[in-house]
Write a protein that binds this ligand. Structure first.
Ligand code: IFM
Length: 461
């Protein structure tokens, strides 16, 4: 049983997507290809050989999608910009048609009273930049800052919140260490360098923003509390290492100016001797009172890690396990709402209570096809409610939480899983692109309307 909880006035209610996952038409109107376009067109990388060529066809259906957002009563919509639509070669020449798509999107959102939250980088690096070394190139932070400046100049008069990078850890680890996501590299030596350049890219973009921007800018990170699978010292140490690897790799340098010491031990010879001046620049992009700081952290939360030591898993010596009898999503992720409270409190305590948004939270389940305009998805309804209760608990305990975005607005292209994983509030019929609001969309609309969760809607979790 759960009690009724109200959220603070002005709490921002939103939903999130990203460009490659929903837009389709990735090469339309002069856009340059991205590493994801290449990756998906390389056989064997994505389930069922699926690509983002059509995705949700949002590039052509954005008006319809914005009307649905308005129907849901969203206060904000988080989307990302495809770098290669705006700068087909990644740098230099601006493609007016690509930029205009985002100008129209922002204008149409504002006309409906929906605040845009714009992510500059959600994993679709222009292939032309990858051919110059991509995130391994020490010039990559400057490329990113130049790209960011084009967007700030074009849209900052209408965009009130910017997110520089989405989940730099995912770019680094599945992208450059494990090879599961684009660009599909598996290289112990590359990952630390990529992570460092991403942090510098964030810092450079924040620096540019502070010289010209008028609103807010932050970074979105994927976080999950790491719990030991047993009381054994080995498993406990493994959970600690995984905490450094996932939760602290990006936030410690930003807030504290140092990398977690565990990382140098884990990577051994592959860990470079990073310049103190770089770390000072990275920290200046977050530290209060430096004049260059970021305004918020975006938290992407899905589950916890239950961790067991495994010496065969390189470099971590740890693996994630599934608890027996736990309810899991179709991604295999345990439904664990308490972990959201825990991670928010951890941010409060470790990093001096920074302003936060939950920039992603949601779940993939096997929803039935729409019938008579209805899609019952009770597991997702429960997931969302239970996590909102967890978020509210953190608010009660003094966390500076300002908003919440469901991942995702639409069923979409879930990277290496193709279209097999459905996170949307809105179902899309792959045959004809018909959109149908799921029961979770209706439930979310009620929550937004009341700015609260009724006790009768309490979670069963
Ligand atoms: O779909 C992704 C999104 O692109 C980044 N965060 C996690 C989501 C679910 O896997």
């Amino acid at each position: 049983m759960t009690s009724e909880v109200s959220f603070p006035n002005g709490f921002l209610w939103g939903a999130a997507t990203s460009a490659y996952q929903i837009e389709g038409q990735p090469l339309a109107d002069g856009a340059g290809p991205s590493i994801w376009h290449r990756f998906t067109h390389n056989p064997g990388q994505v389930a069922n050989g699926e690509t983002g060529d059509l995705a949700c066809d949002h590039y052509r259906r954005s008006e319809e999608d914005i009307a649905l957002m308005a129907d849901l009563g969203l206060g904000a919509y988080r989307f990302s910009i495809a770098w290669g639509r705006v700068l087909p070669e990644g740098r230099g020449r601006v493609n007016a048609k690509g930029l205009d798509f985002y100008r129209r999107l922002v204008d149409a959102l504002l006309e409906r009273g929906i605040q845009p939250m714009v992510t500059l980088y959600h994993w679709d690096l222009p292939a032309a930049l990858h051919d110059r070394g991509g995130w391994l190139n020490p010039d990559s932070p400057a490329w990113f800052a130049d790209y960011a400046q084009v967007l700030f100049r074009a849209l900052d008069d209408r965009v009130s919140r910017w997110v520089t990078l989405n989940e730099p850890w995912v770019v680094t680890v599945p992208g450059y260490l494990e090879g599961a996501l684009a660009p599909g590299h598996r290289d112990l030596f590359e990952a630390p360098r990529v992570a460092h350049h991403l942090l510098l890219a964030h810092a450079e973009a924040v620096g540019v923003y502070r010289s010209m921007g008028r609103h807010q800018i932050g970074l979105a990170v994927n976080l999950e509390p790491q719990h030991s699978a047993s009381p054994s010292p080995e498993d406990q140490a493994a959970a600690q290492r995984r905490d450094a690897f996932i939760n602290r790799w990006f936030l410690d340098p930003l807030f504290l100016g140092t990398y977690p010491t565990e990382l140098a031990s884990l990577f051994g010879l592959a860990w470079p001797d990073f310049a103190d001046s770089d770390l000072a620049r990275i920290r200046a992009a977050m530290a209060h009172g430096t004049g260059a700081r970021s305004d918020f952290i975006g938290v992407n939360y899905y589950s916890r890690g239950l961790v067991r030591a495994n010496p065969n898993s390189v470099p971590l010596g740890a693996e994630r396990v599934s608890p027996a009898d736990a309810l899991c999503t179709t991604m295999g992720w345990e439904v664990y709402p308490r972990g959201l409270t825990e991670i928010l409190l951890w941010l409060r305590d470790r990093y001096s209570n920074p302003p936060l948004y939950i920039t992603e939270n949601g779940a993939a389940f096997n929803d039935p096809p729409a019938m008579d305009g209805m899609v019952p998805d009770p597991d997702r309804v429960n997931y969302l409610r239970s996590h909102l209760h967890a978020a509210h608990e953190a608010l009660k305990q003094g966390v500076d939480l300002r908003g919440y975005f469901v991942w995702s607005l639409l069923d979409n292209f879930e990277w290496a899983h193709g279209y097999s994983q459905r996170f949307g509030l809105i179902q899309i019929d792959p045959l004809n692109q018909t959109r149908t609001l799921k029961a979770s969309a209706h439930a979310y609309r009620e929550i937004i309307r009341g700015n609260r969760i009724h006790s009768s809607e309490g979670s069963t979790i």
